[in-house]
Ligand binder design. Structure first.
Ligand code: GLY
Ligand code: MN
Ligand code: MN
Length: 544
């Protein structure tokens, strides 16, 4: 009996120690962005909010890797943008109508976890409530207060929020973890358990559709149904798509009406508002982006100098990441894509485990993340140091396409203009080399878009209308010819992408990643240089 008890106690302690050892490990880190930057962003958001509304933001969840090990914590980009707060289990409220408490008027309130001595012993210092108070918020409170007070959200005309994803674990040992914070909030806004935002929007569209809008609405639903076949099983949507001839539209619309409740929560406006705030970068953000981009360009340069035919995809990835760490970037902004030969034709190849690279082209799409801001830079180089004639011919097309795309990236131009300019060059080039017979077949070899915003997200939110100064975007055409493509086999297994990060200015596009050679001649020249890593040799491992 005694023995059993003792071993139970021992097990509990043992588990507790391990749990603590691996609990979220971003603690006490402050953003390099100033408190004023974050404050100004909140004020700007507040001014864009609709009348009598509140915007609600939750920090991102702690994501489990396996068993008692979590992934390194990464803040939600919107949350970080508005707060600079790096720790989990937090909520931010931004009001556009004055709130009042015993201390007076306020427009924002941040709820955070309190400092915890045991967690700090294992994971380092936490900022806690006092730390947050030094960061310029009107009000800071414990997350416990959020779950223990009535939120009274029905007094607002609208409660703006992002819809919930089902990826939040409930830490049973913490009654005010993110799971509980969200549950309490969901109750306060009557968020339905089975809420399906896409379906809800479709019901609303059907309810309010004018007769002449019906054909386009039906086309849209057919398109969605290709990804979600349950749509066509929904009785209302099914009847709308294939109406009994005797059922007038008005009857269908009245059936839809009872499914649509007038909630005061709104999941559509906040993503739009945040995209409109984030798409143009502030001077402080541009500085951080420049740093992330320069670090990433240097990674490309160091690999160009160090690579040799015996190197593996993993080693190449490691060199980029060594450079990132040397310059103080915490990690990469997205999983690194390092693929040679056939792997270069897989657009988001992240396995990076090929060991035999020989005379192939290697595509390297990587970005350092610095203070949350990520670069997105791609170079494609010959592992041998010299392009073959086929590799060079396709490379030149992508290079010309990228130059055309960058040239089109002018203030006032549309995103579409960049894509069109790059695509034209790819069509022309592929026709000339005989890989395609009519221009529109180019899509087979260039199946992706060629420009997106970067920032706190590698695919940063934006409205994707016209370009404006202080936007930072990628221009990234490519050509990918997988094995068995309908062309001369000499082109097979060549995959090329060239991607640069472009700042839009009054004077025109500025290539922030230009330090990494792009033209094939420049790449070959850089590859002929020696590298400090040439002497980095490790002993052979002998495993018994
Ligand atoms: N690295 C992902 C992309 O280029 O969009
Ligand atoms: Mn990109
Ligand atoms: Mn990329």
């Amino acid at each position: 009996m005694y023995l059993v008890l003792e071993s139970k106690l021992y097990n509990t302690l043992f588990l507790a120690l391990f749990f603590l050892a691996y609990s979220p490990n971003i603690n006490g880190q402050k953003s390099e962005l100033s408190s004023d930057f974050h404050k100004n962003r909140r004020v700007e958001l507040q001014q864009k909010l609709p009348s009598n509304s509140v915007a609600v933001f939750f920090s991102s969840p702690v994501r489990n890797r396996a068993n008692d090990v979590d992934y390194v914590y990464h803040p939600d980009p919107n949350f970080f943008y508005l707060t600079g707060w790096n720790e989990p289990h937090a909520v931010l409220l931004v009001f556009n109508v004055p709130q009042e408490d015993e201390e007076g008027i306020y427009y924002e309130k941040l709820y955070v976890r309190e400092r915890d001595a045991r967690n700090e012993m294992w994971n380092g210092k936490q900022l806690g409530i006092q730390g947050a108070e030094t960061m310029g918020f009107d009000r800071v409170a414990s997350k416990k207060e959020f779950v223990n007070t009535s939120l009274k959200l029905d007094r607002f005309d609208s409660v703006l929020m992002f819809d919930f994803e089902n990826d939040v674990r409930d830490d049973k040992s913490d009654a005010s973890d993110l799971f509980n914070l969200q549950e309490h909030f969901k109750n306060a806004v009557n968020y339905p358990e089975d809420f399906d935002a896409d379906r809800y929007r479709l019901y609303q569209r059907i309810r309010t559709a004018e007769e002449e809008e019906i054909p386009s609405l039906k086309r849209m639903i057919s398109f969605y149904a290709q990804q979600d076949e349950t749509l066509m099983v929904d009785p209302v949507i099914k009847d709308f798509m294939n109406p009994d001839d005797n059922t007038p539209l008005i009857d269908l619309q009245s059936r839809t009406a009872y499914l649509v409740r007038d909630y005061n929560f709104d999941i559509d406006q906040l993503p739009y508002l945040m995209a409109s705030l984030r798409e143009k970068k502030q001077p402080e953000e541009i500085k951080l982006l420049k740093k992330a981009i320069q670090i990433s360009a240097q990674g490309q340069i160091e690999v160009m100098k160090a690579i040799h035919p015996e190197m593996t995809e993993r080693e190449v990835q490691g060199i980029h990441q060594l450079v990132y760490k040397k310059y103080g970037a915490a990690h990469e902004g997205y999983p690194s894509i390092v693929g040679a030969g056939e792997n270069a034709c897989v657009l988001h190849y992240i396995t990076n485990d090929k060991t035999d690279l020989k005379n192939q082209l290697i595509l390297m799409d990587l970005g350092a993340e610095y203070n949350g801001y990520t670069a997105d830079v791609t170079r494609t180089i010959p592992v041998s140091g010299k392009f073959t004639p086929e590799q060079k011919a396709l490379y030149q097309i992508v290079y010309d396409a990228q130059n055309a795309g960058i040239l089109a990236a002018q203030k006032g131009a549309s995103f579409r203009a960049i894509t069109d300019a790059a695509n034209e060059e790819v069509k022309k080039g592929l026709l000339a080399l005989g890989l395609i017979e009519n221009p529109e077949e180019f899509r087979r070899y260039l199946p992706h878009g060629v420009a997106h915003h970067i920032g706190l997200d590698v695919h940063d939110p934006g409205l994707y209308e016209n370009l404006d100064i202080d936007m930072v975007i990628t221009v990234e055409p490519g050509i990918y010819v997988p094995q068995d493509s309908p062309c001369d086999p000499k082109w097979w297994n060549i995959g090329i992408r060239i991607e640069d990060d472009i700042l839009i200015t009054e004077e025109g596009p500025v290539n922030l990643s230009a330090a990494a050679p792009r033209a094939w001649e420049e790449i070959e020249k850089m590859m002929s240089k020696t590298s400090p890593l040439d002497d980095f040799k490790l002993p052979e491992l002998v495993i018994d």
